[in-house]
Design a protein around this ligand. Sequence first.
Ligand code: SF4
Length: 284
Amino acid sequence: MNQLDISEAVLANEAALAGCSEAEIRRRVAGVADVMEGCIKRGLAADGELPGGLNVRRRAPQLAAKLKALRETEIVNTQLWPMVYAMAVNEENAAGGRVVTAPTNGAAGIIPAVLHYFRKFNPHATQERVENFLLTAGAIGILYKTNASISGADVGCQGEVGVACSMAAGAYAEVIGGTPKQVENAAEMAMEHHLGLTCDPVGGLVQIPCIERNGIAAEKALKLGTLALLEDGTDKKVSLDEVIQTMLQTGRDMKSTYKETSLAGLAITLQKKAVPVSVRVVEC
Ligand code: SF4
């Protein structure tokens, strides 16, 4: 047994596959982290309405300003911040801004939000741990992509927001000191509580419920990553592999109207406010 962390195993594997040094892989991963950071920054500084005709205004900048003001009175838990960071990214996505597909554009806010929270609020957040976060998140994402699906058109939103939450929860567990078992458990719990999540974007736009949904999943990832470290996880009843298979089967059983068609769910409830069309794939 090599006793490697998941990020260390991924790093060695990526370097071998790419035929380059581990330092080069780290340099590339750091570049991805920088793009994520830039996206949050732009999303928090932007203003106005999102395109598409739903008249959805950007909320992240104002929410951030309110949170900052409230923090001075110390009545706000800092764990609300990842919600706002995620919303900032998804508002950028909805506006056609530059995002990192993680693992999809519609679910692009969760991983950057949890990572940014870690960088900003954790005194042990070194550059190496930032890179480890993304390496571990990537490893979890590959499991879903290879063994199930990361497409809302295929398995509903559980395959997008659910997978991103699972990736972020596991990655967060590792960088705050979790063992591979604890990482697995965090990732498993995050998917377990997204099973059955449908895709029903109003008007085919990746705005309602997508933007807020990313915010909630970011906060959930953070909490589950932390929770996983309170237990060794050896008596857990559901493995990550089992929940991935369950997600796939649930997606197969899901009616097609709940898979990026905007023909069911919220998209229909709010039909009067929007013309239903299929989701714009580039955005989700
Ligand atoms: S478009 Fe569908 S899959 Fe994508 S984030 Fe929105 S609800 Fe989820």
